[in-house]
Design a protein around this ligand. Structure first.
Ligand SMILES: C[S@@+](CC[C@H](N)C(=O)[O-])C[C@H]1O[C@@H](n2cnc3c(N)ncnc32)[C@H](O)[C@@H]1O
Length: 212
């Protein structure tokens, strides 16, 4: 999945991953992080997710990283916000009250530019990446967030039945990626209604990652 793949998806409006409503696993399990009002959450590979609307409406500050300028533009437009735009290293910072989105490649975002985050919310980010990139992503995410706690939502299905993204990330993989630095707890798993892309039976799981 190179950058062109994602730019094309946004240009052609092929954004089946985008949900019309906030993710119900997030809204149910966010309290497990025990965050205070005003805490700052980082959403890697954030697209224009409605989860950002919900988090802001619930008193959280949000930082995100997203490759597609179109997605970033649509996010701010749908929030009814006009961003202040400034350079941020190799990325572009788009800012409004309680919201900072770094437009560009997450692998060029560093800890200083991102600033302090209290937690990470990963939905359709880890699973959007092919296997080799996932290992690099997990290490990079941990480094730029200072090992902040995470909520990670994964899909688990028979990878031979369907190509990703989303890719299947099963329990053994999430443990391999994160267990050295975090205590992992699976707070909920559920069947994906109708299967992934209407094709493939799959389980969606929410993992809580607490630093050791
Ligand atoms: C499957 S979508 C998920 C978006 C969002 N998390 C959601 O739940 O709707 C993955 C997103 O990651 C973005 N992306 C892919 N590679 C990226 C990278 N290297 N840096 C930043 N964003 C990236 C894509 O443009 C796409 O919007």
């Amino acid at each position: 999945m190179d950058a062109d793949f994602w730019h094309r998806r946004w240009q052609q409006g092929e954004i089946g991953f985008h949900q019309a409503e906030p993710n119900s696993l997030l809204t149910r399990h966010l309290p497990a992080l025990g965050l205070p009002q005003g805490a700052r959450l980082f959403l890697p590979l954030c697209g224009k997710t409605r989860d950002i609307h919900w988090l802001r409406a619930n008193g959280f500050r949000v930082a995100g990283a997203e490759l597609s300028p179109l997605a970033v533009e649509q996010l701010f437009a749908e929030l009814g916000l006009v961003p202040r735009i400034s350079p941020a290293g190799a990325l572009q910072r788009h800012e409004a009250e309680g919201l900072t989105i770094f437009a560009g490649d997450i692998f060029t975002l560093d800890r200083e530019v991102l600033g302090r985050v209290d937690a990470v919310y990963d939905r359709a980010a880890l699973v959007a990446l092919p296997a080799a990139t996932r290992t690099r992503y997990a290490a990079h995410l941990r480094a730029i967030t200072g090992g902040a706690p995470q909520i990670v939502i994964t899909f688990d299905y028979d990878q031979s039945r369907m190509d990703g993204p989303p890719f299947s990330v099963d329990e053994s993989e999430i443990r391999r990626l994160y267990e050295d630095a975090y205590r992992l707890a699976n707070l909920e798993s559920r069947d994906v209604e109708g299967g992934l892309k209407g094709l493939c039976p799959a389980r969606e799981s929410l993992w809580l990652l607490q630093p050791r």
